[in-house]
Design a binder for this molecule. Structure first.
Ligand code: HAM
Length: 416
């Protein structure tokens, strides 16, 4: 009896070679930009104690309330698959006492897990590349990370980019805003215009109502008081500084008064990059300042700002911008022989010298191997026989005899 097939879990994507080539391109462009900006790569585990994200991202957020993959291990520890990188990196920085030499500039490429409803650009397992700058309160730090994200996204080939920015203020100016917001929201909650999640969150975290995706809540949010009207002098100066610094580097932005972003650790600057039409899943990058996160996680009081780009969303945007698929690399040389062990030896020698060399693994005769060499797009053909090597340039047809085992000479000739 035939066994039934097993498919990949919903919201996951297999990484087939074409997709992986795009991902490696995205990552290499990003990491090259990080090198120029001085952001060094760091890694964190795929799972952490759940409490890290509950405290860091915030208990009243979609990520923690609805989307985290949590489990209890054999020892009764409550763990969570990493839904995002910022809280995890903050934990690492505190644990390894990395805050003595500031600014500390780190980058990462990570796998994240969120139990969302899968759609195009919305996955349950996805990949982020990001950068975090610790130690600076200056608006130039905000503008540096925004510039890094912008130039990297442009270098990936994404054309139609919109940068939205806002300031959420600090804890103190946000308190007066939240009072005004609750006063505004209450009648809408009583008249049934807000979804049940928003009603339940109003008492605990009313800001979350502002980024609810429910259409009726969005209508209410549109007319809500603006945070910009409640900023204290320091926060207003900081926000003006960020904008001036973006103007200085020539990065265009839209001020979006109702931009909140769905993580509780943000203070002052928040930003997002949208690509193309820019629906919810068109947000290719999100970020902001989180000056209170380290202290909230039991560490020192250190300001920080950063962002993360969703790799899968960046690739969708690159394709929409007309970027073509990246073809696989072609072999430089095909090693053919009527004796398989001679082909094995020749291919191994060339590969050992760093050459991409193919050879037959399907039991083909010499004539069919020569055809296979042309079909696979190799530039050179080597036929290794008992009496010596014959090197053929498959582009010009020019042939060159060489002594048996002269593999160094072959490598030199084909690499020129
Ligand atoms: P986030 O806005 O939740 O921020 O995610 C950042 C980016 O990850 C999004 O803009 C999107 O491109 C991608 N992304 C998020 N969820 C999904 C999903 N379900 N499927 C595919 N892609 C997704 C953070 O995670 C913050 N840690 C960013 C940050 C770094 N803020 C400061 N530093």
């Amino acid at each position: 009896m035939a066994s039934s097939r097993i498919f990949a879990p919903r919201g996951t994507q297999d990484g087939l070679p074409g997709e992986i080539r795009m991902k490696r391109f995205v990552e290499s462009v990003f990491m090259e930009h990080c090198r120029c900006y001085g952001y060094h790569e760091a890694h964190t585990p795929v799972f952490e104690y759940s409490e890290l994200f509950e405290r860091g991202v915030g208990p009243v957020t979609d990520i923690v309330e609805k989307e985290m993959y949590t489990f209890t291990d054999k020892h009764g520890e409550r763990l969570a698959l990493r839904p995002e990188g910022t809280a995890a990196l903050a934990r690492t920085i505190i644990e390894h006492d990395l805050t003595k030499d500031l600014p500390l500039k780190l980058s990462y490429k990570i796998t994240c897990y969120r139990q969302e409803n899968p759609a195009e650009g919305r996955l349950r397992e996805f990949h982020q590349i990001g950068a975090e700058c610790y130690g600076s309160l200056l608006p130039q730090a905000d503008s540096e990370v925004i510039t890094l994200a912008y130039t990297a996204l442009r270098a990936m080939g994404i054309r139609d980019l919109t940068l939205n920015i806002n300031s959420l203020g600090c804890q103190s100016c946000r308190t007066s805003y939240i009072n005004a917001l609750v006063r505004y929201l209450l009648p809408h909650a009583n008249s049934g215009e807000l979804c049940s999640t928003c009603v339940s969150r109003m008492g605990r975290s009313p800001l979350r109502v502002m980024d609810c995706k429910n259409p009726s809540c969005r209508e209410v949010a549109k007319k809500a008081p603006k945070l910009a009207d409640f900023l204290c002098d320091d926060c207003r100066d900081h926000y003006e500084g960020v904008k001036a610094s973006l103007d200085a580097v020539g990065i265009p932005y839209n001020e979006k008064n109702h931009l909140i972003r769905g993580l509780d650790y943000y203070e002052r600057t928040v930003f997002e990059f949208k690509a193309g039409e820019g629906g919810a899943n068109g947000t290719v990058c999100g970020g902001g300042r989180y000056d209170g996160l380290c202290a909230r996680l039991g560490g020192p009081n250190i300001p920080a700002v950063g962002f993360a780009i969703g790799e899968e969303r960046a690739i969708i945007a690159m394709r929409e911008s007309g970027m073509e698929e990246i073809p696989p690399e072609k072999p430089l040389v095909y090693v053919a022989s009527d004796a398989p062990s001679r082909a094995s030896r020749g291919a191994a020698r060339l590969r050992g010298l760093g050459v991409y060399a193919e050879r037959d693994l399907m039991g083909l005769g010499l004539k069919a191997q020569i055809k296979a060499a042309k079909d696979c797009g190799a530039r050179w053909l080597v036929i290794t026989g008992e009496d010596g090597i014959r090197l053929t340039d498959l582009k010009t047809g020019a042939e060159q005899p060489m002594p048996t085992e002269a593999w160094d000479d072959v490598a030199r000739a084909i690499s020129e």
